[in-house]
Design a protein around this ligand. Structure first.
Ligand code: ADP
Ligand code: SF4
Length: 699
């Protein structure tokens, strides 16, 4: 199909200093969880984006010097020639598809703990970054930088930029964002210096200016130099010389970088989940930048709609459409727009599971795109699947939730004859309820995309309102049966040993499944959450917004404790507070009688009482696997029906996040009759060229 001329502007080439991007699609630097220990996986992951049409593809953060290590978080390094070779795998891969390669050169300053090198980290005035925040907590403060230290970092940046150039990068970054060293110089809270690098903004900006100068020097007119900068805090600060300190910084540096890459300051505002921030949420902070520089500006906003992208350019907000998450959810997004296939775009849902993988220190995962991070290791291409052998046998998929939908779609794309049976009148499984919770409407993209793709496959038949039993399945005589029958919430309590155990003898105890079914609850309602992800807080907010008096209780120290991994904890607190939900952390429900709960403190065992008429327990889920056990018990009937295999996928196998269900469904479908059975096909290793004596010394 031809491209819609309305989107032509997105395919204009853009000059960035001495290099030219073939279009305006810019895959910005973002953590991939793939360090230099996984160079082939990393290269293939970024190659996918270049193949998918992004004009520029960047690395994640790359340390310029061993004085900045973020261990145990997965950061990359560019410290020596081995690192050059490691990154060259990526630049070669990206160039093969006509894209430019950018590298985010990084020094963490007081944000890192240097746990690996065991040398104190450095910062302008010895101030740590968010020292009480769980990701940055540590017990050694940074040391104050002397003039020699400033010179050393400038040298390190210059050498790293030279190495980046020899690794084949086209765009070299100075990174002054998110609490890292150059950012710390910009803000007076971290910069109390009285020398030429502190005090007035002209002085505070000096270090960033010098970093840009040494990077230009190393680039030698061959590579572009980009400045990535966080502007949220600066924008909130008045300036004597401009509309804000952010304006003043941009004015002072105006055309020194070849590209401005502008963003927010903290993870929670920069990569805000869709639950709390809409597409394009950065615009009010960064929209002014273009008016103060002649150089191109790139920014992000979880853009997946080409119309929104065109709007950003036509309204003069951005020159290049930056994307991290949308490029993960669909590495082929630009190509699909180019080919007039907008409806094929697998839109990011803004759940931030990808970010949780970085916090976990592992290669990136995605709810929408199960192939991400698996391009090299399992040889999973985001757009191509291996054809089914023997023309494709018949497969029955039972359950139309995320796992069943993804499984049926991938099997259908491979050429199998697929029947998808869903008990409910609508597809979607857990999404039917969860997308009705406050802020989670965008998650319906998981269902919408798969449903629309399935409609185009003549070899997939979808039956709604069909609850299948074991006999029905045998009657249908499929070669393979996939049970994607989901899970159910259990009204179990939480024992002092921190395991789900024990029940309450009261009719007023419910689970999210009851709330989904529309049960009438009586005030006050208590939501007891030991699931720890979004469900407890989302149900509490939902009930409070529907007029209930709600109290939230959790044995954890934090509301939605795991949601720290997805950057949504601060906003969760704000949302619950705005909805009037009363919070009780470090508390476990022990008993429930006479309209009253007894709570036990997690650490002290002290008991308190809390008024409650309806208790909603958001704790453990159990797989819906009765059908599986019935079918496997019917050995003779199955054999007579010609059923070769019966397999559980998704929550029916192991209850988890939607990302787990999609991945499980995909893996089954991808691997059916290929001989792969879930094992990791290839194992990546670092590129090292240690000399023999060195090897011996370290052995
Ligand atoms: P997952 O996240 O693993 O996809 P879900 O709970 O979202 O699991 O979806 C499971 C789906 O399976 C639900 O829509 C449910 O109605 C459906 N289902 C469960 N048992 C049967 C059955 N016996 N026949 C058909 N559909 C079923
Ligand atoms: Fe988007 Fe979620 Fe995928 Fe991240 S994990 S790219 S937020 S869909």
């Amino acid at each position: 199909m031809a491209r819609n001329p309305r989107y032509d502007i997105l395919f204009d080439p853009v000059r960035i200093g001495p290099v030219t991007a073939r279009n305006r699609f810019y895959a910005v630097p973002h953590a991939s969880g793939m360090t230099n220990a996984m160079p082939r996986m990393r290269a293939a992951f970024r190659e996918g984006k270049a193949e998918g049409g992004w004009g520029v593809v960047c690395t994640g953060y790359v340390s310029i010097d061993p004085g900045s290590d973020d261990a145990p978080l997965p950061y990359a390094t560019l410290w020596d020639d081995d690192d050059v070779r490691s990154h060259a795998l990526m630049t070669e891969a990206v160039h093969r598809h006509g894209a430019l390669a950018g590298i985010e050169l990084w020094h963490g300053g007081g944000c890192v703990m240097n746990r690996l090198s065991r040398t104190p980290s450095v910062s302008p005035s010895g101030t740590a970054w968010m020292p009480t925040h769980v990701s940055y907590i540590g017990n050694q403060r940074p040391r104050v930088m002397q003039h020699e230290d400033i010179r050393d970092v400038l040298e390190a940046q210059k050498h790293a930029a030279r190495r980046a150039r020899s690794a084949g990068f086209d765009i070299l970054y100075v990174y002054a964002g998110m609490g890292y060293l150059p950012y710390e110089f910009l803000l007076p809270e971290w910069n109390h210096r009285t020398d030429a690098y502190g005090g007035c903004l002209a002085n505070r900006v000096r270090f960033v200016r010098e970093l840009l100068e040494v990077t230009h020097e190393a680039a030698g007119g061959q590579c572009a130099v980009a400045l990535r900068i966080s502007l949220e805090e600066l924008r909130a600060r008045p300036s004597e010389h401009a509309a804000s300190e952010a304006h003043e910084v941009v004015q002072r540096l105006a055309d020194l970088p070849d590209l401005w890459d502008v963003k927010m300051d903290s993870e929670t505002s920069d990569c805000a989940p869709s639950r709390f921030a809409p597409e394009g949420s950065h615009e009010p902070v960064i929209a002014f930048v273009k008016s103060l520089t002649h150089k191109p500006v790139v920014g992000v906003g979880r853009f997946t709609s080409p119309d929104a992208m065109v709007g950003q350019i036509r309204r003069g907000v951005l020159d290049l459409i930056g994307a991290a998450r949308p490029s993960i959810a669909d590495p082929f997004l630009p190509r699909k727009i180019d080919e007039g296939r907008e409806e094929d775009i697998r839109e990011c849902i803004g759940c931030n599971i990808c970010i949780s993988s970085w916090h976990d220190g592992v290669p990136v995962r995605c709810t929408q795109n199960p192939t991400i991070g698996e391009e090299w290791r399992r040889q999973w291409h985001p757009e191509r699947v291996p054809p089914a052998p023997h023309g494709g046998t018949t497969v029955l998929v039972v359950g139309g939730g995320p796992a069943g939908l993804e499984c049926a779609l991938t099997l259908g794309r491979r050429g199998y004859e697929v029947t998808l049976a869903e008990a409910a009148d609508e597809l979607g499984g857990r999404l039917r309820f969860e997308t009705r919770l406050p802020g989670l409407a965008a998650w319906s993209r998981v269902l919408d995309w798969r449903r629309s793709q399935l409609q185009r496959l003549a070899n997939v038949s979808v039956y709604r309102g069909n609850r299948l039993g074991a006999d029905d399945i045998c009657e249908l005589q499929p070669a393979h049966v996939v049970l994607a029958t989901g899970s159910r919430w259990m009204p179990l309590l939480y024992s002092p040993l921190e395991v789900p155990a024990g029940t309450l003898d009261s009719p007023d105890v419910y689970t999210p499944d009851d709330v989904a079914a529309g049960v009438a609850l009586e005030d006050p309602v208590v939501v007891f959450d030991f699931d720890n992800y979004y469900m407890g807080s989302a149900v509490a907010e939902h009930l409070a917004r529907s007029g209930r008096i709600v109290r939230y209780v959790t044995p954890s120290g934090y509301v939605s404790a795991w949601a720290v991994m997805t950057n949504e904890q601060p906003q969760t607190y704000r949302a619950l507070s705005a909805a009037g939900v009363e919070l009780h952390t470090l508390s476990r429900v022990e008993s429930f009688s006479s309209s009253e709960l007894t709570l036990v403190n997690t650490f002290t065992s002290a008991r308190t009482r809390l008024a409650c008429r309806s208790l909603v327990i958001v704790g453990a889920r159990l797989p819906n696997d009765a059908l599986y056990h019935m079918l496997t018990a019917k050995h003779e009937e199955r054999t007579a029906a010609g059923i070769v295999s019966v397999t559980r996928v998704g929550d029916a196998l192991a209850p988890g996040a939607i990302a787990h269900a999609v991945y499980g469904g995909h893996r089954y479908a991808r691997e059916l009759e290929t001989g792969d059975s879930g094992r990791i096909v290839r194992r990546d290793v670092p590129l090292r060229s240690m000399s023999a004596p060195e090897t011996a010394r370290h052995a």
